[in-house]
Design a protein around this ligand. Structure first.
Ligand code: HEM
Length: 373
């Protein structure tokens, strides 16, 4: 409240209040093109073409439209709308795998494998190759918040290498799909004849890469944060068992109360921008503290309370503006099915450690492990 815009020692600015964040997220003078940033990021260095999350209009808009056409809803018939039975089966299979164990790790045994499996199926990655994705996605995500002042060079190198390996793999898979089409996203992108024309192979690879990175760890953390929050609010957990429909507003509230994406670190000012009383000079890097905006007391009543029935829950968990997460419908569906499955099947789950150990990332928030007995 006192400092909606703060200047950091390294010259970057941090914005943390709801009104200022929503204003700036819709401001065309702000760039998401990481080539404009003072501190380059690993995932970018390994790429020829940044994916559209790190591009500005009009390049961004064309690629986003091309990808979104296949994703639905509301662009139905899309890939997501038909996924529910498969997601439910995947969740049941994972829970069957640990149902008899005394103690389980919700992260390693459930939240981590679930979304990567889902995105691999969506893209059309053969099942036997899925474990390799875990390794690549992990290395890339760890390198995203690489800081040369404190982190070993190895962290950056691993991210760059994993990005190269992943792109090479996706390139090979795309080649196969050109010759042998399947019912998957890579095939659809490779054969698109819509109004925007077709993506180049390079653009398809960047987009597939983006979906994997943007859609994996975020969903892992939402599921794990969700289970942790339910274990801390046993009355809500009991209610969810009795009222399965509660899961819809509950997941929205999780996105506000325990959002996986805490900060967007990759915005830069194209020109001088005045926010409140502060002039942010052209070229500055700007960090957007979405998680803070979603707990702004000027926007949300009693913001530090977990209230699954909250009305008018316009949180910033998926961002806002031209880069609004388009994986939202999939992430919501995955998390709803995951939490419903877990509370139904775990009879009296109890937390082993509270708080659990957390991932060491300022950008993505979620437990490293979540042991439950
Ligand atoms: C963008 C959060 C799941 C694909 C974003 C942004 C946020 C976000 C905050 C905005 C980034 C920015 O403004 O720079 C989340 C959360 C998720 C989730 C919290 C899970 C709980 C997914 C999934 C997918 C996905 C499952 C796809 C399979 C994308 C893409 C963008 C994006 C492609 C870039 C959109 C653009 O630049 O136009 N996400 N996401 N996300 N997300 Fe998600």
């Amino acid at each position: 409240r006192r400092t909606p815009v703060a200047l950091q020692e390294d010259g970057s600015y941090v914005i943390s209040t709801y009104r200022e964040l929503t204003g700036i997220l819709h401001d065309p003078r702000l760039s998401s093109d990481v080539r404009n940033l003072a501190r380059p990021m690993a995932a970018v260095e390994g790429r020829a073409t940044p994916s559209f999350i790190n591009l500005d209009p009009p390049e961004h808009d064309r690629l986003r439209r091309l990808a979104m056409r296949h994703f639905g809803p509301p662009h139905t018939p899309g890939l997501v709308s038909g996924m529910e039975p498969g997601l439910t089966a995947t969740v049941s299979g994972l829970i069957d795998g640990f149902a008899d164990e005394q103690r389980i790790d919700i992260v390693d045994e459930f939240a981590y494998p679930f979304p990567v499996t889902v995105i691999c199926r969506l893209l059309g990655v053969p099942r036997e190759d899925e474990p390799r994705f875990h390794v690549w996605v992990n290395a890339i995500i760890e390198s995203i918040d690489y800081d040369p002042r404190t982190d070993p060079q190895e962290k950056l190198d691993n991210g760059v290498q994993a990005t190269k390996d992943l792109r090479e793999y996706l390139g090979g898979l795309l080649e196969v799909r050109h010759g042998h089409p399947g019912d998957d996203l890579l095939t659809r992108l490779a054969n698109d004849d819509g109004p925007d024309g077709r993506m180049t192979d390079e653009e398809i690879i960047s987009t597939a890469n983006l979906l994997l990175i943007a859609g994996h760890e975020t969903t892992v953390n939402l599921i794990a944060n969700g289970m942790l929050t339910l274990l801390r609010h046993p009355e809500v957990l009991r209610r969810l068992r009795a009222e399965p429909g509660l899961v819809v507003p509950l997941v929205e509230e999780l996105l506000r109360y325990e959002p996986p994406v805490q900060i967007i670190p990759w915005r830069a000012a194209y020109s001088d921008i005045t926010v409140g009383d502060t002039v942010i000079p052209k070229g500055s890097q700007i960090m957007l503290m979405l998680a803070s905006g979603s707990r702004d007391p000027d926007r949300f009543e009693d913001p530090d309370r977990f209230a699954p029935d909250r009305q008018d829950n316009q949180h910033l968990g998926f961002g806002s503006g031209v880069h609004l997460c388009f994986g939202g419908p999939l992430a919501r569906l995955e998390t709803q099915i995951a939490l419903t499955g877990l509370v139904r099947r775990l009879e009296r789950p109890g937390l082993v450690a509270d708080p659990p150990p957390y991932r060491p990332s300022p950008v993505l928030r979620g437990p490293l492990h979540l042991h439950v007995e």
